[in-house]
Write a protein that binds this ligand. Structure first.
Ligand code: MOS
Length: 699
């Protein structure tokens, strides 16, 4: 008797299946998709921060040889829905922010379109704009909810009384700057209008989400819009939803039917068109007893939204579940400003919020005379502090302990400014990381068993560089109990079964659950009706992501511990980060190789957030002055030292059939706090205002 043993496909470090095509340059990104006789679109952008257009002269632009169409609100197609004010471009002469699209030029070459766009003469009547976020504004307001459907404010117990009577207290305000999503591949579209409708090759995190938005704005049936996006050069939130560039491209396509219209945003346009991370002003008050146990947590956030479209970042949500404390309060207040709409950016909420909380926890641990790891262990909650639900799994302490062991934490002298070496002050810091396990209905998968023993897996999922092509193939192989090589996965097309987009780190939970369900049903039918093998004509099964009753019974989050070593040059304040370590508990890791890349990338961005990224807004003009890669520095190779990623074996039978938790956003959360805490340890200077630039360390 022979027993077949196949290594589980889930958990194997499978090389990226799309790797060879990407290395060879044959993996097509949106702008490179085949287009027959393409034309090029270049936008015209508003030159004022707010006001209205009083006159437009397109004659010089239209007279340029090679120009096929010039459009402004005078002649632009009327949109069916203007409900989403960000997408309702060219419908009136109103200008809501500097850089807003007010027109477009279509020409036979990109150079002609760009030059002609510069010839469009627009006159304005300017109004006073208001773009400054300040804590003393009288018009700060509480939104109905904050992003991802969280409550705006929460409260438990008498926080003020608990703070007033606490033996040790921290009351500090932390600020994080405006930051802009800048995936390597800018937002790009090829839009073609034919008798059948609109085809969009586009760089997007979710083809079906984008289709719904575009169809609604243009007044088309879903079947009239096809969205194709097999490869995406980074997303991070900016490509989760449609932005005005897609609508501008669709409008242009309507004006030149049959001709594919190509639009790729310039890097500079990325700083006004695709969302950004709000700046935050976060007051954190923590109280503790002499035993180092938290008595109260208050986290009050002030941030901004666009006047034309509300987005309220959920900055304080992690403070609701991280630590045990009998009293707590979290609040979010918004200023509505004459700026482009802000939106989600890798770990919206947790990334800026945990910088504040984890810095404050470090400050409080020091004030209590406790090691920051020991302090966190003492304040580990037994259940979710606000909901009271048990955690499906929570291994923060294990992450902290394993990280301490790997990092050499026990050799640390807690005294600030204790270590010097050749003119550098050396410090180490730690912070916690967390990210929720989100799930969202709306995903189906089809699996076709072929008579040849191969399986086609069809799902409108996205790979934004994360490794979906590989990880979903592994999940399918595992669920079908076949080899990875026997799976043919297709994603990134609205012709495939509908799926939620890549966002909120929920991709694998939603898509994987649907694939596993389809595989389960397919195997049952193959076994009961066909003796286990596919019939000559093949067999196809489609299934939706099933509901998960455990999601109501448990609080579900991934956790991690971030460790940083920081060197600060004593005479110049220059900060270097030679070493980062992240230890994570994120359930079953589907593919350790692609998972490591995700976490490494998150930590790298955390370093970038800690030291570099800062969109500088000029309040006089309402625009970002450093809107390019010369002025907006993103951590480059030379900024990054050693980064080590380690994942714990965590079994969580409740989160989803794979037992996995999302890892796309976990790696950035807490990384900036670990670096700030290490900077304090090195220098004795507490920087509460990101980024940590050298001027803040020279006293
Ligand atoms: Mo992520 S910011 O939810 O795409």
């Amino acid at each position: 008797m022979s027993v077949r043993i196949r290594a589980r496909a889930i958990g194997a470090p499978v090389d990226r299946l799309d790797g060879p095509a990407k290395v060879a340059g044959t993996a097509r990104y949106a702008f490179e998709q085949p287009a027959d006789r393409p034309v090029y679109l270049f936008p015209v952008q508003a030159a004022i921060a707010t006001g209205r257009i009083t006159g437009v002269d397109t004659s010089a632009a239209a007279a340029e040889p090679g120009v096929l169409a010039v459009f402004t609100y005078h002649n632009a197609p009327k949109l069916a829905s203007t409900e989403d004010a960000e997408l309702a471009i060219l419908q009136s002469g109103q200008v809501a922010f500097r850089g807003q699209f007010v027109g477009g030029v279509v020409a036979g070459t990109l150079e002609t379109a760009r030059h002609a766009a510069s010839l469009v003469q627009v006159d304005y009547q300017e109004q006073m704009h208001d773009v400054e976020l300040r804590p003393d504004r009288e018009d700060l307001y509480a939104p109905a909810l904050v992003n991802a459907g969280f409550q705006t404010d929460t409260a438990q117990g008498d926080v003020d009384a608990a703070l007033a009577s606490s033996a040790v207290m921290v009351d500090a305000t932390y600020t994080t700057p405006m930051q802009h999503n800048n995936p390597m591949e800018p937002h790009a579209t090829i839009a073609t209008w034919t008798d059948h409708g609109l085809t969009l090759y586009i760089s997007t995190q979710g083809v079906h989400t984008l289709r719904s938005q575009v169809a609604a704005v243009l007044g088309l049936d879903l079947e009239q819009v096809r969205v194709i996006s097999p490869h995406v050069g980074g997303g991070f939130g900016s490509k989760a939803f449609a932005h005005a560039d897609v609508i501008l491209a669709a409008m242009a396509a309507l004006l030149v039917p049959g001709r594919p219209v190509k639009l790729a945003l310039t890097r500079r346009q990325m700083f006004s068109q695709v969302g950004y991370r709000t700046p935050t002003i976060q007051r954190v008050r923590l109280g503790a007893g002499t035993d180092g146990r938290l008595t109260a947590i208050a986290h009050d956030v002030i941030e901004q939204t666009a006047r034309i479209k509300e987005f309220a970042e959920q900055t304080a949500v992690a403070s609701r579940m991280m630590y045990a404390a009998p009293s707590r309060r979290t609040t979010h207040r918004l200023a509505a400003l004459d700026l482009p709409p802000n939106s989600i950016m890798r770990a919206p909420g947790e990334a800026p919020g945990m910088f504040a909380l984890e810095s404050a926890i470090d400050e409080l641990a020091i004030a209590c005379g406790l090691d920051p790891i020991e302090f966190r262990i003492r304040n580990e909650p037994q259940a979710d502090p606000e909901s009271g639900l048990p955690f499906s799994s929570r291994n923060l302490i294990a992450c902290l302990r394993e990280g301490a062991r790997r990092f050499g934490w026990e050799q640390r002298d807690p005294t600030p400014q204790a270590r010097h070496q050749a003119g550098w002050l050396i410090g180490t810091g730690v912070a916690a990381s967390t990210y929720p396990v989100f799930r969202m209905p709306g995903t189906s998968a089809t699996i076709r068993a072929g008579a040849d023993g191969r399986y086609q897996v069809l799902i409108g999922a996205a790979d934004i560089g994360t490794g979906t092509w590989t990880a979903l193939t592994q999940i399918a192989a595992d669920a079908l109990d076949v080899a990875v090589e026997d799976i043919d996965l297709q994603i990134g097309d609205t012709a495939l079964p509908a799926a939620v987009g890549a966002g909120a780190s929920w991709g694998i939970t939603c898509w994987g659950s649907a694939v596993v369900e389809a595989a389960r049903r397919l195997r049952a039918r193959l076994a009961s009706q066909h003796g286990g093998a596919a019939p000559p004509g093949g067999l196809e099964v489609t299934a939706e992501m099933p509901g998960n009753p455990d999601a109501e019974r448990f609080s579900m989050h991934a956790f991690g511990a971030q460790f940083a070593e920081v060197r600060v040059r004593a005479d110049s304040g220059e900060v270097r980060v030679p070493r980062l370590l992240g230890v994570y508990a994120a359930g079953q890791i589907i593919n350790p190789k692609t998972a490591r890349s995700q976490l490494l990338g998150g930590m790298t961005w955390g370093l970038s957030m800690a030291l570099h990224e800062h969109s500088v807004l000029d309040p006089r003009f309402g625009h970002v002055t450093n809107g390019d890669f010369a002025g907006y520095h993103i951590a480059a190779n030379a900024d990054v030292g050693t980064i080590e990623v380690h994942t714990l074996h965590e079994q969580d039978p409740y989160v989803n059939p794979m037992g996995s938790k999302g890892i796309g956003e976990l790696g950035i959360v807490g990384a900036a706090a670990a670096i700030a805490n290490a900077t304090y340890h090195a220098t004795g200077i507490r920087v509460r205002d990101l980024p940590i630039t050298l001027d803040k360390l020279l006293r």
